[in-house]
Design a protein around this ligand. Structure first.
Ligand code: 1PR
Length: 550
């Protein structure tokens, strides 16, 4: 197999990239010292997380001169995500830390006044000037996850000889990919962008992207209309969620509860078994799921350090599923069976190394958020959320919330943030608040969803997975009131979850709330609808969705 060298300098999910490279027929050789860069013919610089963190690691390990020398020698170079950002002079994310400076200019943050930041999801990488770069297609979508970007200013980079592709989020158009000579870089993650992304990786590795660019330079950018460039490209994200646990025979199965009760109603009360996790994840990927989430729902009992089956599930899934994978359950500081202390960060690292892109934290986030208020809203720097987001970036940390409605007669009856609800309580109450629970809904806290989500946003969580115990497994639609309530208090993206029973519920949640994504479980597992049917329905109704490319 032909080889490509991958720079191993920074934490993150590089397993998916390795899998994607192998999938297109190449073998990875790791570069672990700056001296080894000289052995590389084709070099890939992956990057996730914080610009300053990545660049200072590269710099202190002595990689920057070696990368420059590789590029100056005219050898093929590809940067991914922060690997693209590193080509610029600097970034507002860490102004004290210089980039490679190959392209003059500074990255800035997305404006969050009217949209969620980070920008997470599937967006365009459209080449305004033709032909298309490196296998990119105008009708394909690519997976982005970032808060900082290089703004696109028509003609600016083109005048320096760069060919570009852009995405537009809200009213901000940014650089999605760029190329010049032997350099190619993407802000999106091609290894997480399904077949469309594999095509881009192949075009870099087989040299066809650079060859085409040399033979057919881009047309004049000034002939392209501004409207065409600034078309919003972000799609509605549809996520499939697999609750995984050991059944009474000891096998790991996908299960699904009704309001979190996963046992059959029959006399034997066995754990509902809906299939095998790896097979089902692959099926949903092939149906066009934009992400797949695994929740280890008995994590409060198990010690994840020895929970090898979940790691194995991720490893096997990431070999065939090239969209983002989230793993939740048991991400917290713990003590292993032999008495060794294992931090939440260590556990998250094991999951990232096995193919996860994000970890989802449930119970531990509630406890940490309660402590945050007890300290007078002071961060302590040691929580799972803070340590993991510092090492891997905010986008890698999801907080999974398991709230329950608590009805009250009036807002004055509680200190918690209430809403006026259309769905009255058992005694005709018109108001309710949402109480956080831990341990899979087994314990309810005197702590509300607004307190929780605001605290975890301050700690560095990048996204909220907003379940709802009252709605879970009911097939009656999402709790729209809950979603709008939470969305009005935070800036980070929210994934609506619990209650989806048909494609119309997905349409409803996207039309009646400002949710950033929607998740379904039971309706997919029971085979009532496929992910593809949901997306086709949304598309028929005029919503932008990513079409799965087979
Ligand atoms: O507390 O960090 O160890 O994480 C445990 C994780 O496991 C949490 O994310 C928690 O939500 C989840 N969990 C725990 N117990 C259950 C259970 O069902 N008994 N499942 C559970 C949560 C909820 C959703 C579900 C949607 C959509 N599952 O993820 O998939 O409600 O379902 P639907 O579309 O069929 O209505 P920690």
């Amino acid at each position: 197999m032909p080889k490509v060298h991958l720079l191993d300098y920074v934490a993150g999910n590089v397993r998916s990239l390795v899998n994607a490279i192998e999938k297109v027929g190449y073998e990875v050789e790791w570069v672990r010292t700056p001296e080894e860069v000289a052995n590389a013919e084709k070099l890939i610089l992956p990057g996730v997380g914080h610009f300053g963190h990545c660049l200072s690691q590269l710099s202190s390990a002595g990689y920057l001169p070696a990368i420059r020398a590789h590029i100056d020698a005219g050898k093929p170079f590809m940067g991914i995500c922060v690997g693209l950002q590193a080509l610029f002079s600097n970034s507002a994310e860490d102004p004290s830390c210089p980039g490679l400076g190959i392209i003059p200019g500074a990255l800035n943050r997305f404006d969050d006044s009217a949209k969620a930041v980070p920008h997470i999801g599937w967006n365009n990488a459209t080449c305004p000037a033709k032909p298309d770069l490196y296998g990119l297609r105008p009708d394909s979508k690519y997976y982005y996850v970032h808060s900082y970007k290089y703004p696109y200013r028509k003609g600016e980079l083109e005048s320096l000889g760069w060919a570009v592709a852009t995405g537009t989020y809200g009213c901000e158009t940014f650089i999605g990919a760029l190329a010049k000579g032997n350099i190619f870089a993407t802000q999106f993650h091609p290894e997480k962008s399904g077949v469309a992304g594999l095509r881009v990786i192949r075009a870099f590795l087989d040299g066809s992207g650079a060859k085409d660019l040399a033979e057919k330079p881009p047309t004049n950018i000034n002939e392209v209309s501004d409207e065409l460039i600034s078309q919003e490209g972000l799609t509605r994200r549809v996520i499939a969620c697999l609750d995984v646990r050991t059944n009474d025979q000891g096998d790991l199965v996908v299960t699904k509860g009704d309001q979190y009760d996963v046992r059959e109603k029959s006399a034997d009360r066995s754990v509902r078994n809906l299939g095998k996790p790896v097979d089902m994840a692959k099926r949903y990927y092939e149906q066009g799921a934009d992400e797949v989430t695994f929740l280890n729902i008995t994590s409060f009992r198990d010690i994840p350090v020895k929970d090898l089956p979940m790691l194995e599930i991720l490893r096997r899934t990431s070999e065939t599923v090239f969209v983002p994978l989230t793993i939740g359950g048991g991400i917290r500081d713990t003590v292993d069976v032999d008495g060794t202390k294992v931090s939440a960060l260590d556990i998250a690292t094991m999951y990232f190394k096995s193919g996860a892109d994000k970890v989802s934290i449930g119970s531990d986030a509630v406890i940490a958020a309660e402590e945050y208020y007890k300290r007078g809203k002071v961060l302590d720097g040691k929580t799972a959320i803070e340590t993991i987001s510092k090492a891997y970036g905010n986008q890698a940390v999801v907080v999974s919330v398991d709230p329950k409605r608590v009805y009250v007669s009036s807002p004055d009856a509680t200190a918690h943030a209430t809403i006026k609800t259309k769905f009255l309580g058992p005694n005709g109450e018109e108001y309710c608040w949402y109480a956080c629970t831990i341990k899979g809904g087994r314990e309810t806290r005197d702590f509300d969803v607004v307190q929780l989500t605001q605290a975890v946003e301050a700690m560095g969580a990048g996204e909220i997975l907003l379940n709802c115990i009252d709605k879970d497994g009911t097939n009656s639609g999402f709790d729209l009131e809950l979603i709008n309530h939470v969305k009005s208090f935070i800036k980070i993206p929210v994934i609506a979850s619990s209650g989806a029973g048909n494609p119309g519920h997905f349409l409803e949640v996207f039309q009646k709330t400002t949710t950033d994504a929607a998740l379904g479980a039971g309706m997919f597992h029971r085979g009532e609808y496929t992910v593809q049917q949901v997306k086709e329905y949304l598309a028929q109704k005029g919503l932008t969705v990513r079409k799965h490319e087979g």
